[in-house]
Design a binder for this molecule. Structure first.
Ligand SMILES: C=C(O[C@@H]1C=C(C(=O)O)C=C[C@H]1O)C(=O)O
Length: 391
């Protein structure tokens, strides 16, 4: 049966006229929200952040909302302002699963009028070389470096239709559409920083990547080679070790898969580890406290965190903003889910920014990191229906 966009949007309860819809969809929760009752832009690391969250929830409760929600985005740099809101309307329902996937809206096509990378290929390769020389002198073990692709498209982007395409093309991802001040942050992330349900927490870090290939045999071999790659296993282990040590002081028990799984998105292979923990009893740890301990993991930043962050600030010519930050929701009862803002775009009218990063360790090669970051941008290039070869 042919599935048209209106059918698909109907199944998603996507309102085609709403450009300011917040949506977050995982295998566990579909959260939709709309309008702004209160805003919270205080940086998450600010000393008054937790008090402000409490005060915001209290004011919502005073309006008669039993279990208010906060939705939005947290930047890569936790000292920068958040864009969080208590919405006027929200709902959390069982996740979207209509059996309509896969859905590709063949008529949703964009042409690229103008494009530019920051940094361009040559300066990107030099940036990676500089990172490689930084491993020699210091205690640096891994640094994640990124590039931005700025696109001007031939027409304004229809956000609900883009979202339907993202969901149809990437059925297993964390789907999100988050209205920001002057743009919409929208994408299909494969990576979960944290889901919290009462005193149970779950995290699913990824690190170590290979591009999917067209021919099934080659594709399978690329996945197998990733599992055997000492470099990628090392890159991955740094992330898992960091999450273990950030959760340890807060949990009663923790279970971490001994070896990573191989997982795939339509465009990439990744090494993936599932982590489950139970918080200490009588614990007042909020999901934001957990985020403060965990974010940014070495999957987005590097190891050791502060040193890697310093290198990112000096090597990357762009500001990441919300890219490689977090998108999600939480409620006043302490539940919530925050995915990492990757495989996504910031869209404003017909202007689009794509982002992709890659973990650099001493065995990395600059050319491979360029190719890996381009491959990661494919998720969104495909979702926009961009046919020309621009990467
Ligand atoms: C930073 C990105 O991806 C992250 C980096 C990975 C890696 O270096 O192998 C893998 C998955 C993500 O944790 C991105 O997609 O932009």
């Amino acid at each position: 049966m042919d599935v048209t966009f209106p059918d698909y949007a109907g199944a998603l309860a996507l309102d085609q006229s709403q450009n300011d819809l917040f949506l977050f969809n995982s295998n566990f929760n579909l959260v939709r929200a709309n309008g702004v009752s209160q805003r919270l832009s205080t940086p998450i690391l600010s000393s008054c952040f937790n008090q402000e969250v409490q005060a915001l929830f209290e004011r919502e409760k005073a309006k008669g909302i039993a279990n208010p929600m906060i939705v939005g985005a947290i930047p890569f740099d936790m000292d920068q302002p958040t864009q969080l809101v208590a919405p006027r309307w929200s709902e959390r329902v069982t996740p979207f699963n209509t059996g309509l996937s896969p859905f590709v809206d063949e008529d949703f096509v964009h042409q690229v009028v103008d494009q530019g990378f920051t940094p361009n290929q040559m300066p990107f390769l030099e940036m990676i070389e500089q990172a490689l020389s930084a491993f020699k002198g210091e205690n640096l073990k891994k640094v994640v470096l990124s590039k931005i692709l700025d696109l001007t498209l031939d027409k304004m982007v229809d956000i609900p239709r883009l979202l339907a395409n993202i969901m149809g093309q990437n059925p297993n991802a964390y789907h999100f559409s988050v209205p920001l001040e002057n743009s919409v942050l929208i994408g299909a992330s494969p990576e979960l920083l944290i889901r919290k349900q009462a005193n149970k927490v779950f995290s699913n870090p990824l690190a170590g990547s290979a591009k999917r290939l067209q021919k099934p045999d080659n594709d399978r071999q690329a996945g197998e080679a990733l599992v055997k790659s000492v470099k990628d296993q090392y890159e991955h282990r740094l992330v898992v070790d960091s999450i273990r040590s950030s959760l340890m002081p807060l949990v009663e028990s923790i279970h971490i898969q001994p070896e990573p799984n191989l997982i795939s998105t339509p465009t990439m292979w990744h090494l993936s580890t599932e982590i489950e923990a139970t918080l200490l009893t009588d614990n007042t740890t909020s999901i934001f406290d957990l985020i403060k301990n965990m974010h940014p993991t070495p999957a987005m930043c590097g190891t050791p965190t502060q040193l890697a962050k310093k290198h990112i600030e000096s090597l990357e010519p762009h500001q990441r903003g919300f890219f490689s930050g977090l998108v999600g929701w939480c409620d006043a009862q302490g539940n919530g889910e925050w995915a990492i803002a990757i495989r996504c775009a910031e869209v404003s009218g017909n202007k689009v920014k794509l982002f992709a990063g890659a973990g650099v360790v001493p065995d990395s090669s600059p050319e491979s990191e360029w190719l890996e970051t381009s491959a990661k941008m494919r998720t969104m290039i495909n979702a926009f229906g961009i046919k020309e070869s621009i990467l």
